[in-house]
Design a protein around this ligand. Structure first.
Ligand SMILES: [Zn+2]
Ligand SMILES: [Zn+2]
Length: 264
């Protein structure tokens, strides 16, 4: 039986996520009456006051509430410096709430992004920066308090060359989902993760989202068997009945370099 599901979005995301959710008996429709930018936006015109997880859950609950349907979906993307401060990483979350059955499951993608920002003072720099932007990626130009959004590379070049006559400017990616092909792929990956998690049911009560995502440290040192901070096993715990199982990681011992005794 097909189930109606509501997605809170203004950026045409249903089309992006539908293929990755094809094993679920869902018909996804979009709720566009709510301005999701009120929850914070990429260009920082409004500050974010919730964590990405809270934001995705809030949007999913709003989708169910505003549509009157049992199941709501909310998507939330964020960008931050990568591991060791290198590059930019994109976290995409897709949260599903079922208010009739009382559960919430969040799919995620976390990986490197090509997103960049350039401070430009001349036309040669603008041309050079634009050669690094992948096809289809839209751009933002900022000069003082002026911001021009959703520009194609061609438009960014034309407007940028005019603005540069008046001074320096900043060129950056417009990271809204409908304007960023890379983000669209990442959102689809988060949807695929969500589908896997929803299809994974609690062995005791069949609530969706039974997933080994909690890392328990204590992998023993190979030299002296002292417990290290590396993951020993992963715990799955049912959000409804608290049934839990642990799953051992592939490694049986930690290298002594991670040991608090051998390498303090
Ligand atoms: Zn359960
Ligand atoms: Zn040791």
């Amino acid at each position: 039986m097909t189930q109606q599901v509501a997605l809170l979005t203004r950026h045409d995301k249903a089309r992006l996520i539908a293929p990755a959710l094809s094993q679920l008996p869902w018909q996804v429709s979009e709720i566009q009456s709510f301005d999701t930018d009120a929850l914070g936006s990429f260009s920082a015109e409004r500050p974010r006051f919730m964590s990405p997880n809270e934001c995705a859950l809030r949007k999913a609950a709003l989708a169910a509430e505003l549509s009157g349907l049992d199941i709501g979906l909310g998507s939330e993307g964020s960008f931050s410096p990568g591991p060791y401060g290198l590059g930019t990483y994109n976290l995409e979350l897709l949260c599903c709430v079922n208010i009739a059955q009382g559960w919430a499951v969040t799919g995620r993608f976390y990986g490197p992004s090509m997103a960049q920002q350039w401070q430009l003072t001349n036309l040669a720099q603008l041309q050079q920066a634009l050669t690094q932007v992948p096809a289809g990626q839209h751009l933002l130009l900022q000069q003082g308090s002026r911001i021009d959004k959703a520009l194609t590379a061609q438009q960014a070049y034309q407007l940028g060359s005019t603005l540069l006559a008046q001074g320096a400017l900043t060129l950056s990616y417009d990271l809204r989902a409908h304007l960023s092909p890379e983000r669209q792929i990442h959102i689809a990956n988060a949807a695929a993760d969500l589908q896997q998690r929803i299809l994974s049911l609690c062995p005791a009560c069949a609530t969706p989202g039974f997933w080994p995502d909690k890392a328990i440290p204590g992998l023993p040192c190979a030299a002296c068997a002292t417990a290290t901070s590396l993951t020993l096993h992963k715990l799955a715990c049912c959000q409804r009945c608290q049934f839990s199982t642990t799953q051992a990681v592939a490694a049986r011992y930690a290298e002594p370099q991670y040991c608090p005794e051998c390498n303090p």
